[in-house]
Design a protein around this ligand. Sequence first.
Ligand SMILES: [Zn+2]
Length: 367
Amino acid sequence: MKQIPILGELKRGSTQRHMIKLPGAVLAKDEPRPVISVTGAKPGPVLFVNAGVHGGEYPAIEAVIRLSRTLDPEKISGTVVLMPVLSLPAFRTRTPFVCPVDNVNPNRVFPGDPNGGYSEQMTHALIKEFVVHADAYIDLHGGDIPEALVPFVICRSEAGVAATEPVKAVNKVAAKSRELAMAFGLPYVLTVSKPVQPAKGSSSYAAAAEKGIPAILAEAGGVGQMQENAVETLTRGVINVMGSLKMLDAKGGRETTANVEARMSNDETRSKSKDSKKGQALAAATASPTPTILTRFEWLYTKNAGMWYPNIAAGDSVKKGQQIGTVGDLFGDVLEKIISPLNGVVLFLTINPSVLENGLLMGIGVE
Ligand SMILES: [Zn+2]
C-alpha cells in the first residue's frame, strides 16, 4: 500500500488523526496542522484534499472537516488524505488573500521554496510531503472574506500540440486533471495555461500538474461566511471525483453521495444554518450536468481607491462595453465607470465597498 511518509503507518480500513509539523526552518514554531487519513479496506489510489491555502474560505475548510467525519474507510478503495487548513496563521487571524506572517499570497508561490519565506516554505512542504505522494490532488477554495462567487473548478489546460516528450507528459496530466474537473460537477470549468496574475510562482493545481499529479482547484462560497449549500457542493464534488477515480467500489458496500450526506445529517457538528434563497439557486445550479468550459480568465481592477458600487452579481453574464459598476470617492463623486472589456460570466466579485488603487474588482470567465 502506498504510504505518505510524514503520516507514519496508515492502517487499512481505518480513519486516523494526525498532528503534523511541516518541515521548514521558518515553520518550526508553527502549531501542528491537523490532518486526517481515511484508508480504505481495499487498495486504490491516494487522493489528497486540502483547504485553507486561504484561511478565510470557510465552506472549503468545513467541507474537508465533514469529509473526514463521514467517509467510511470500510467502503472505499484507496486512501483519502485530508488537511482542513494549510495557512493556519491566516485562519487564526481571519486574514484574507495572504498569509499574515509574510503578507504573501501562498497561491502565487507554488511549488514553493525550502529556502524562501514563510509562504514559500509552507507551499513547498505541502507539495513535497503530501501532493507528490498522491495520485490526484484537490485544493478547495471559495471567495475570500470580501468576495462572492459562483462555484467553479480550475485546472491546467493542455500545453498545445507540440510533439516533444515533456509537452506530451504535461498534456496527459492536463487531460486527466480536466477529467477530474468535469467529474467534480460544478457549473463552470476553467482551463488555464498560465497564472492569471504575474507572480513569483504558480497556483497549487498548476504546480501539482507540473510534478505529474493530476490536480484541480474548486471554489464555492465566500464573503467570510459558512454557506451550507457551498459546504455541500464542495463535499459532493470530492465524492464525485472519488467516484471517477474508482475509489467507491469497495466490496461490502458502495460509498455514495447519499450515504455520505446521510451520515453528515447525523453528525452533531453539522451546521443547522438555513440556506438563503440565493443559496438554493446556486445549489440548483451546481446540479448542472454539463459544465460550461471557460478558457480565459480576465481580472478587472480599479484605477482609483474609494467606494465600489457593482451593479452586477457573481454568476451574472456581462457584455463587452456594459457598465458593470462605478468607483466613487468619499464625497460621492464618481471617479471611474467600470466597463466590461468582453463577453463572459462573473465568476468572482469583490463585494466589500472599500477598494484600493489597482484593487481587484472581479474575475470574468470567457468561453
Ligand atoms: Zn482561495
